[in-house]
Ligand binder design. Structure first.
Ligand code: PLP
Length: 377
């Protein structure tokens, strides 16, 4: 007999995911009654609690209430969506921008809009799950190339001709903190007449002098073959996502993305907060502080076996699930919240701690974490 108690196979306890109710308070996070220093958030600049962001959000709630009530294609298309699209396009150096519900929704809509079963999609093996699922949903033929390997991708492109081809990669990889050679990927896209889609969810607001991320750093923003997608939910401290590209491409996506058409538009206060966050980000102070913290952490953590990363994502590779869980528990006992990341989020045998740094951390917070890490590794 089947009922809801035995619908799923039993998951071994070491693989079970727990939803741990927690509340953030600045750089601290309260978990099960204990205040811990938070090294687990993607709110890299601390913008989710910035006074100007809070004020803008509050003002918008007062004026407009909360929910937007309908899809953008019906009556949810608030002028603020267009204003923020304009700001993001100008800042990132693209002709046009389209805002959507979240990064997951963006990619689940984007890939099926770009690719059909006649398209070949080439994706980095460590791409984010939203890109993997979007590609699957599109029905395209998907070819995965070894992580960061432009050479292997070149071989695949030579071997597998198709009239429509799309290369897809994270900018900064979410679990490793390493960075794709997006200029190299664009060179291949040009050589093989393909389109390039870069998801820079983690590079935006964290990388480069202006925080514009990987695509800008490589000098390929606004290129006619390049599409960029990103989230408002990480360094921008809010919720939602954007796609950047040429005017024609964005118009095409507006007509075709089902996750735009059939989903309620973002709440106006969420947009107002994101718009304020972008303005604070552009002043550069928080970005500088984050980058100083990354440099400081790398210097202090010289003796810790880190995965080489120059970004705000600093993984400590531990191998087995048990080792990662034990390390996370010990850190928690020492007052630090650092999540253990296990398969299937990362490959088998590559369980790890994923430390994320933020502009909200002070040097003494980093000192404390490094001390606790060195004690157990
Ligand atoms: C977080 C993330 C997403 C999902 O974005 P959300 O706005 O959180 O849904 C998509 N792609 C990458 C690479 C991410 O890291």
């Amino acid at each position: 007999m089947v009922d809801s108690r035995n619908w799923f196979n039993i998951i071994p306890s070491s693989r079970q995911r727990k939803l741990l109710a927690s509340r953030r308070d600045g750089v601290y996070i309260e978990v099960e009654g204990q205040a811990l220093l938070n090294f687990s958030s993607n709110d890299y600049l601390g913008l989710s609690t910035h006074p100007e962001v809070i004020q803008a959000t509050q003002d918008a709630v007062q004026q407009h209430g909360l929910g937007s009530g309908a899809s953008r294609l019906v009556s949810g298309d608030d002028p603020l969506l267009h204003a923020l699209e304009q700001d993001l396009a100008v800042w990132k150096g693209f002709e046009a921008c389209l805002l959507l519900g979240s990064g997951m929704l963006a990619n689940m809509g984007l890939l099926p809009a770009l690719a059909t079963r006649h398209t070949h999609v080439f994706t980095d093996k460590l791409n984010h799950a939203s890109l993997v699922d979007g590609a699957r949903l599109s029905g395209a033929k998907v070819f995965r190339y070894p992580h960061l390997s432009v050479e292997m991708l070149d071989m695949l492109l030579q071997r597998l001709p198709a009239s429509r081809r799309l290369i897809v990669s994270d900018g900064v990889f979410s679990m490793d903190g390493d960075v794709a050679d997006v200029a190299g990927l664009l060179a291949l896209a040009e050589q093989h007449d393909a389109l390039l889609l870069i998801d820079d969810a983690h590079g935006t607001g964290t990388l480069g002098k202006s925080g514009k991320g990987v695509v800008d750093l490589a000098g390929i923003a606004g290129h006619a073959r390049v599409l960029e997608v990103g989230t408002l939910g990480k360094a921008l401290g809010s919720y939602g996502a954007y796609v950047l590209g040429t005017t024609q491409m964005i118009e095409g996506l507006r007509q075709r993305m089902r996750t735009l058409m059939y989903s309620t538009a973002l709440p106006v206060p969420v947009l107002a907060g994101a718009k304020a966050a972008l303005h604070v980000l552009q002043r550069g102070f928080l970005l500088q502080k984050l980058q100083q913290n990354i440099t400081y952490f790398l210097k202090q953590a010289e003796n810790i076996p880190l995965v080489a990363s120059l970004t705000a994502i600093q993984p400590v590779l531990l191998g087995t699930d048990a080792a990662a869980l034990k390390a996370a528990r010990q850190l928690r006992e020492a007052g630090f919240f650092v999540p253990a990341i296990r398969p299937p989020t990362v490959p088998e045998g590559e369980a790890r701690l994923r430390i994320t740094l933020s502009a909200s951390h002070e040097p003494q917070h980093i000192d404390g974490l490094v001390k606790a890490l060195s004690k157990m590794i």
